[in-house]
Write a protein that binds this ligand. Structure first.
Ligand code: ATP
Length: 298
C-alpha cells in the first residue's frame, strides 16, 4: 500500500534545481530514513510533501491526493521540522491544543505522558523553553499526533545525547505499538540507523539509492586481509573505498557476494564486515562527485 508516490518530481528555485526528476514510492507503515548531504534537497522534498511548496513539474501523491494546499491530505501528515518555531508567546498546553484540533488521531494522554518524560511543564510558554526543550516539544507533537505519515526533519537540535536516546527509544516503542509511516531525515545516521527499514538517499536533487536496510547490510561491506587475497574477492565488484596498511588491504564493496565467494573469502582469511550506513553515504556521494568532475573534464 502506497503512502506517498513521487513521479518525476522536480523543483527549481529560479535557476537552482533542488529536486531533479525524483521518482519513488513510500509504503504505508514502514520506517524510512531520508539521507543526503547538506543541500541535497531533503527539506525541499519534505516541504512539497507537506503541501507548503508546490513542485515545478512531476507529481506527488500523499495517500492518493496532491498535497499542495489540500487540508484533507495534510491532516494525514505531521511534519516536525528542524528548530520548529512554535509561537513564542504560546504555552506548551496551547501548542498541544492547536495540534489536537488539527490532527484527528491526536492522543492527549500520550502527549502529557511524553511532556512528563521530557520534563516539560504544560504552563510554560515557548519562550521560557531551552532549545533542547523546544525540540522535545516538537517530538511530543509528532509522536502524539499519531498522524498516519509522521515526518521528523532533524528534530533534535539542542537535545543532548540522553534526550536524543530517549527520543529514539520512544520512536521505536511508538512504531511497534502504533505502526504508521515514519520518515526521519537526519545527519546523525549511525545513531538511528537501527530504526530504519528502508533508506532513501538523495544527492544533488537526484535519487542516489532507495533500498531495504536488510538488503543494504548484505550489499555494502568491507573486505580486509592480505592485499592479493582481498583483491581477488573484490574483483569485478563495485569498489567504493580502498585503504592499504602495509601488507593488508581494506576494500569497501557495494555489491553481492555469492556463496562461493564467501567460502573463498574464508579460505583466504579475508574478513567480511558490515559497512555502517553513514560511511556508505559518504563513499557513494563522493564517488558521484568524482564521476561528475571526470565528465566535466571530457
Ligand atoms: N528558498 C530557496 N530559494 C533558493 N534556493 C533554495 C531555497 N531553499 C533551498 N534552496 C536550495 O535548494 C537546494 C536544496 O536545499 P534543501 O534545503 O532542500 O537541502 P537539504 O537536503 O534539506 O539540506 P540540509 O541537510 O543542509 O538541511 C540547495 O541548493 C539550496 O541552496
Amino acid at each position: 500500500m502506497k503512502a506517498i508516490e513521487c513521479r518525476g518530481l522536480t523543483k527549481k528555485y529560479g535557476t537552482q534545481t533542488a529536486l531533479d526528476d525524483l521518482s519513488f514510492v513510500i509504503e504505508k507503515n514502514k520506517f524510512y530514513g531520508l539521507l543526503g548531504r547538506n543541500g541535497a534537497g531533503k527539506t525541499t522534498l519534505l516541504h512539497i510533501l507537506n503541501g507548503e511548496l508546490s513542485q515545478s513539474s512531476g507529481t506527488i501523491l500523499v495517500d492518493g491526493e496532491a498535497p499542495y494546499e489540500n487540508r484533507n491530505a495534510l491532516q494525514k501528515v505531521c511534519f516536525i521540522k528542524e528548530g520548529q518555531s512554535f509561537k513564542k508567546v504560546a504555552r506548551v498546553e496551547d501548542v498541544c491544543l492547536v495540534a489536537s484540533i488539527f490532527y484527528p488521531n491526536w492522543d492527549q494522554d500520550f502527549a502529557e505522558e511524553l511532556l512528563e518524560t521530557f520534563n516539560l511543564n504544560l504552563k510554560k510558554s515557548v519562550k521560557e523553553l531551552s532549545k533542547g526543550m523546544e525540540s522535545a516539544l516538537g517530538v511530543t507533537v509528532g509522536l502524539a499526533s499519531r498522524a498516519p505519515i509522521t515526518i521528523f526533519d532533524e528534530p533534535y537540535i539542542g537535545m543532548d545525547a540522553v534526550a536524543r536516546q530517549k527520543f529514539y527509544d520512544l520512536l521505536l516503542e511508538e512504531y511497534t505499538e502504533c505502526p504508521r509511516t515514519f520518515i526521519l531525515s537526519t545527519h546523525l545516521i549511525d545513531e538511528v540507523s537501527k530504526l530504519f527499514e528502508e533508506v532513501i538517499m538523495i544527492d544533488q536533487g537526484k535519487l542516489l539509492l532507495h533500498k531495504n536496510v536488510e538488503q543494504l547490510r548484505e550489499e555494502a561491506f568491507y573486505l580486509s586481509g592480505e592485499i592479493k587475497a582481498v583483491e581477488s574477492i573484490g574483483a569485478n565488484k563495485k569498489i567504493i573505498s580502498k585503504e592499504i596498511f602495509g601488507q593488508s588491504n581494506t576494500l569497501g564493496v557495494y555489491g553481492r557476494l555469492s556463496d562461493e565467494e564467501r567460502k573463498k573469502a574464508i579460505q583466504l582469511n579475508v574478513s567480511i564486515e558490515h559497512m555502517p550506513l553513514q560511511k556508505l553515504m559518504i563513499y557513494l556521494t563522493s564517488l558521484k562527485e568524482k564521476e561528475k568532475h571526470k565528465d566535466a573534464k571530457h
